[in-house]
Design a protein around this ligand. Structure first.
Ligand code: NAP
Length: 245
């Protein structure tokens, strides 16, 4: 069975992506940084409910050594690696006046360096893949890559950085490995759970389909990109029409 590594898949969007890969016939490495119990529960439910195997692997993707160990553990568990989804991400709401260089680096380390670290560690294995149509990397960016955001400049910069990484790696790794991005709008997860009712009403008013996204909406988009053999270097925008490009 081919195999996938989904970073940050203990909960939220990453969990839905990992579960979708398993339903589609992929063994899955479920990565987490702190939520050991939740990640183990995801791996156990995948093993119980699908034909796929799953392992939970702790790693801080922003640390290059951790990222290399993460890839090694996935390859050891499954005998190879065919797809990587760089989903792990953190956010922080703070105006630039109050944003410390250390916090700026922390967000960039996880969101951009993490994708670079994991992709670099996985590349040799992805190049050996014979999955059909090909191996792939999918980077989870954000609508904020295009719009920016006053209280999260580091987050927006990290997500814009991922789009540059995506196109560069798509050119670099062709033809063997396709590299794409998905850019979600507002998705209901822990990351967006702290919004007040007033903030939610304001955000909802900007979304033409009249609903927030669910993790499964993003998992569907990632599965499409995995299977789309003629698509590389592309970003799939999944935002309910909030930003029409
Ligand atoms: P979430 O519910 O907060 O989950 C974040 C996941 O990332 C968790 O599994 C967490 O692991 C993991 N993680 C955080 N730092 C990590 C690190 N250094 N190393 C490894 N794993 C790490 O977030 P989400 O809403 O599902 O977001 C998933 C991705 O979608 C993120 O990249 C986010 O920026 C992006 N996105 C989200 C939205 C949205 O509206 N929710 C919109 C656009 C883009 P632990 O459980 O161990 O902490």
């Amino acid at each position: 069975m081919p195999a996938a590594l989904v970073t940050g898949s203990s909960r939220g969007i990453g969990r839905a992506i990992a579960e979708q890969f398993a339903r589609d016939g992929y063994d899955v490495a479920v990565n987490y940084v702190r939520s050991a119990e939740r990640a183990k529960a995801v791996a156990e439910s995948i093993a119980a409910e699908t034909d796929a195997d799953a392992v939970a692997v702790q790693a801080d993707v922003g640390d290059a050594d951790d990222a290399a160990d993460l890839v090694d553990e996935a390859v050891e568990a499954f005998g190879g690696l065919d797809h990587v989804v760089n989903n792990a991400g953190i956010d922080q709401h703070v105006y630039t006046d109050d944003l410390s260089p250390a916090d700026f680096d922390r967000v960039m380390d996880t969101n951009v360096n993490g994708a670079f670290n994991v992709t670099k560690a996985a590349l040799a294995h992805l190049r050996e893949s014979d999955d059909d149509p090909s191996a792939s990397v999918t980077n989870v960016s954000s609508i904020l890559a295009y719009t920016g955001a006053p209280i999260e400049c580091h987050y927006a910069a990290s997500k814009a950085g991922l789009l540059g990484l995506t196109k560069s790696h798509a050119a670099d790794f062709a033809p063997k490995v396709r590299v794409n991005a998905v850019a979600p709008g507002h998705v209901e997860t822990d990351m967006t759970a702290d919004r007040s009712d007033e903030e939610k009403r304001e955000e909802m008013a900007k979304i033409p389909v009249g609903q927030f996204g669910q993790p499964e909406d993003i998992a569907d988009a990632v599965a499409y990109l995995r299977d789309a053999g003629f698509v590389t270097g592309e970003t799939l925008n999944v935002n309910g029409g909030e930003l029409m490009r």
